[in-house]
Write a protein that binds this ligand. Structure first.
Ligand SMILES: O=C(O)C1=C[C@@H](OP(=O)(O)O)[C@@H](O)[C@H](O)C1
Ligand SMILES: C=C(OP(=O)(O)O)C(=O)O
Length: 436
């Protein structure tokens, strides 16, 4: 990646053909790192295809600060050997800075509340945006369970100070803002000495990520009884058991950019690292692209795409909020109005994504209607060139890169913010679209 890029202009990109190997999934990598660290002392887990990016580096650095032994060869090495500490953290740092990594902040908040044994307290904090992203439902549930949490600036937002004290029992959590709170409790509650019941209330968002957590917990020897959609029984006193080796599958949210690019530009493109066997919900974006008219073949561990005339979709994207961002710009290349429904929690992610998306789409001439929980996008007869602001949001940078396939082209400010989950994204785009 050219580390000098303050902005990048993309214009008349071509085919987007050949083969792309996805980086490892952010969601899986950060769960795997934490679960491997929680394995019994003496157990070593070899994680392969680990995503190396800002978000995963935050988790790696946090675990190292807690004294977990990680063998990682270099800043870009995707193999990480993790030595379990069974939740008995060898070091007690005063503070962990988790940047803007939701997949580090939320699980660590719950897991450290369940395992903290020192008299000293530990504060979890993050960057300016992380301090605006709520964790209130999770903090409330943990406090109900006896954890003496303190929020130093505003209740329900990081920084959060943790001390020992969490007890098992019945936890009721509102899942309407983020599934990450639920995943966090699913990872933490088995570590308590007592049994727990976890009850979900509200419309639970991003449900496939809960399934992902359950699938990974099972691989790490944790038993959760799923009573129904809204209730889990979690025996206490469980111990994470290393699977020995764990391969992190490719990032299905990242796959959405390539699915869209090939659908627009023709392809054919083979996307390696996710497929029918994926445990990530975002792989369903491949079906969306197929429904729009593209030729998509989903194999066990890879996907093939070829472009065709595209027709806009009207759909509920609650289950796949990250990949749904890609639909907003892909829709500019389709006939008809794209309706992205039920994504209210876009407002509490890296930026207010509904507002940011509406503002930036208007710059290229789209007609946009934004509601509290949805966005409706009608492309103009001809796309205009736009200088796109990305609001420190990696997905804004990556999904607006698709405008490089238009005649007008696009300029993207701060494209390097893609390093949150996909540091090599723009290099890959330029490689795949280079003229022969
Ligand atoms: O559990 C996870 O790994 C994630 C869950 C989703 O968040 P929400 O549950 O907050 O929608 C998603 O947007 C995020 O990128 C990763
Ligand atoms: C919402 C996202 O990240 P986080 O894990 O920080 O919530 C994302 O990657 O789109």
């Amino acid at each position: 990646m050219n580390t000098e890029w303050a902005e990048i202009t993309l214009k008349n990109l071509r085919q987007c053909q050949g083969e792309v190997i996805l980086p490892g999934s952010k969601s899986i990598a950060n769960r795997a790192l934490l679960m491997a660290a929680l394995c019994d002392q003496g157990q070593r887990t070899t994680l392969t295809n680990v995503l190396r990016s800002d978000d995963t580096d935050r988790m790696i650095e946090a675990l190292q600060a807690l004294g977990v032994r990680l063998e990682v060869e270099s800043a870009t090495s995707t193999t990480v050997h993790v030595h379990g500490c069974g939740g008995h953290w060898p070091q007690q740092p005063a503070e962990l800075d988790l940047g803007n990594a939701g997949t580090a902040m939320r699980p660590l908040l719950a897991v450290l509340s369940a395992t903290w044994q020192a008299d000293a307290r530990i504060t979890l904090t993050g960057d300016a945006r992380m301090q605006e992203r709520p964790v209130a439902a999770l903090v409330d549930a943990l406090v109900q369970g006896g954890a003496p949490l303190q929020c130093s600036s505003q209740w329900g937002y990081p920084p959060v100070r943790i001390a020992a004290g969490l007890q098992g029992g019945t936890f009721t959590i509102d899942g309407s803002a983020s599934s990450q709170y639920i995943s966090a409790l699913l990872m933490a509650l088995p570590l308590l000495p007592q049994d727990s019941v976890l009850r979900l209330v509200g419309e639970v968002v991003s449900r496939p990520y809960i399934e992902l957590t359950l699938a990974m917990l099972a691989r790490f020897g944790i038993d959760i009884i799923v009573q129904n959609d809204h209730q889990f029984l979690i025996a206490g006193g469980q111990r994470y058991q290393s699977p020995g080796h764990y391969w992190v599958e490719g990032d299905a949210s990242a796959a959405s950019y390539w699915l869209a690019a090939a659908a627009i530009a023709g392809g054919p493109l083979t996307i390696r690292g996710v497929g029918r066997l994926s445990i990530q919900g975002d792989v369903a974006f491949a079906d969306c692209v197929a429904q729009m008219g593209a030729k998509v073949t989903i194999h066990d561990e890879y996907i093939e795409v070829e472009g065709a005339a595209l027709y806009a979709l009207d759909a509920d994207y609650n289950a796949i909020p990250d990949a749904a961002m890609t639909m907003a710009t892909l829709g500019l290349f389709a006939t008809g109005t794209t309706h992205i429904r039920n994504v209210a929690n876009w407002r509490i992610k890296e930026t207010d994504r509904l507002a940011a998306m509406a503002t930036e789409l208007r710059k290229v001439g789209a007609q946009v209607e934004e509601t509290a929980s949805s966005i409706h996008i009608t492309p103009p007869a001809e796309l205009r060139h736009g200088v796109i602001d990305t609001y420190h949001d990696h997905r804004m940078a990556m999904c607006f890169a698709l405008l490089g396939f238009s005649n007008a082209g696009v300029t993207i400010r701060d494209p390097l913010c893609c390093a949150k989950t996909y540091p090599t994204f723009f290099d890959e785009l330029l490689r795949l679209t280079a003229a022969e």
